[in-house]
Design a protein around this ligand. Structure first.
Ligand code: NAD
Length: 367
């Protein structure tokens, strides 16, 4: 199975049939699950397992339709393949999505049933927390399967991965500043952070402590108030975050916020944040950013702290080794910028090429 990069050209095309969506991204396996008793309904996508078992969080979301859910899980699992590969860890890419039904209770039976479905894949997919799930949920899932990470510390896990993710994003962001100015100091730099949830809030802390002037937006009033209470930040309207006169835009909420409309509005010279799949169409918007002279830190490269933390649980890595893998994000981001410059290709493409190269080499060595 190949993960060749020309898939980038087709990846944004929505097809009306399942295989039409699955084939262009080269997934190994897609499992649809449905449990009448608990109302659990969802999809697990296993993109690639050449480097190791696929790992990725379980997201629960109010999808408008089933095709949106499939599209989400396919894109996210593919991103996990690249994330683990470029981070130098021996994991493949997978993801689970659960189609939320507001009438259904997310009780113990619901999550245990999910655990059973994960277990039926015999370790080919390892789950973890993601949007809408938590370490507490994982402590229920682990009663049905050992193929689970992101467990609470009280259950032998490493707990909430967000602080380590935020640290990696901060390092990636500093590498961007280094690339453009020759120094990675953030003193006086203006940063617009979209989304101040688990990762965004901690990132704001790092930024403020480094002397940056931070602008924040969120649609959740409680999260906004918490960050404004803890740090000297300027709160802006969610829709005005793209118009701020800042050096850096840091998307830490949703994917696809870097698109034709927002790129035209952005005044920054750097985009670096935690959200997955920031480019709405990676075959198009990577080039738009390159042409416009905006330096883009590929999200799967700089937000890898969370998956590195999960890897620590799978392989019982020491904290030192885990930290070393996260610290590498800084130098690897600079490597990607060099590659992008020398080959005159978008940074996203340079990062995907490097990730694919490692997978292809592993395949050759295995053969
Ligand atoms: P979170 O749910 O804790 O925080 C997201 C925040 O974004 C929330 O406060 C939400 O209200 C806000 N938000 C949603 N829509 C918004 C909008 N239109 N404008 C402004 N704010 C908006 O999630 P998180 O764990 O902090 O993760 C943030 C992003 O980083 C997600 O895309 C996630 O997939 C990605 N990510 C997280 C981790 C991790 O370790 N938590 C790891 C890798 C990637």
């Amino acid at each position: 199975m190949s993960v060749e990069t020309n898939e980038m050209k087709t990846v944004e095309k929505r097809e009306s049939n399942v295989f039409g969506m699955v084939e262009p991204m080269n997934h190994e396996q897609v499992m649809f699950f449905n449990d009448k008793e608990t109302g659990l309904k969802g999809i697990i996508a296993i993109h690639n397992t050449v480097l190791g078992p696929s790992l990725g969080g379980c997201r629960i979301w109010n999808y408008e339709n089933e095709s949106d859910a499939l599209w989400d899980v396919l894109r996210l699992s593919r991103g996990m393949t690249f994330k683990s590969s470029i981070s130098g860890i021996n994991l493949g890419g997978g993801k689970a999505v659960i189609i939320n039904n507001p009438k259904i209770k997310h009780d113990e039976a619901f999550w245990r049933r999910f655990g059973k479905f994960v277990d039926s894949l015999n370790g080919k997919y390892i789950t973890a927390e993601d949007v809408g799930t938590s370490t507490e949920v994982m402590s229920i899932v682990m009663q049905e399967t050992k193929h689970v990470t992101g467990k609470p510390q009280s259950a032998g896990g490493t707990g909430d991965p967000s602080p380590i993710t935020a640290h990696g994003v901060f390092l990636g962001l500093k590498a961007c500043v280094k690339e453009l100015t020759g120094s990675d100091s953030l003193e006086g730099k203006k940063v617009a952070v979209q989304g101040v949830g688990h990762v965004g809030h901690t990132l704001v802390k790092h930024l403020v402590e480094s002397g940056a002037k931070v602008f924040v937006s969120d649609i959740n009033q409680a999260n906004l108030e918490a960050v404004a209470k803890a740090h000297p930040v300027t709160v802006v309207n969610p829709n005005e975050i793209y118009d701020q006169d800042v050096d850096i835009y840091s998307p830490c909420a949703l994917g696809a916020t870097v698109n034709t409309e927002t790129i035209a509005r952005l005044k920054c010279s750097i985009i670096a944040g935690s959200a997955n799949n920031q480019l709405a169409d990676e075959g198009v918007h990577g080039h738009t950013l390159l042409d416009k002279g905006i330096l883009f830190a590929p999200d799967f490269l700089i937000n890898a702290g969370g998956v590195i933390n999960c890897y620590r649980e799978v392989h019982s890595l020491s904290l030192e080794k885990t930290q070393e893998l996260v610290e590498n994000i800084y130098s690897r981001t600079l490597d990607i910028f060099r590659k992008s410059k020398s080959e005159n290709i978008p940074t996203q493409e340079a990062a995907i090429n490097l990730a694919v190269e490692r997978i292809e080499n592993a395949k050759k060595n295995r053969n």
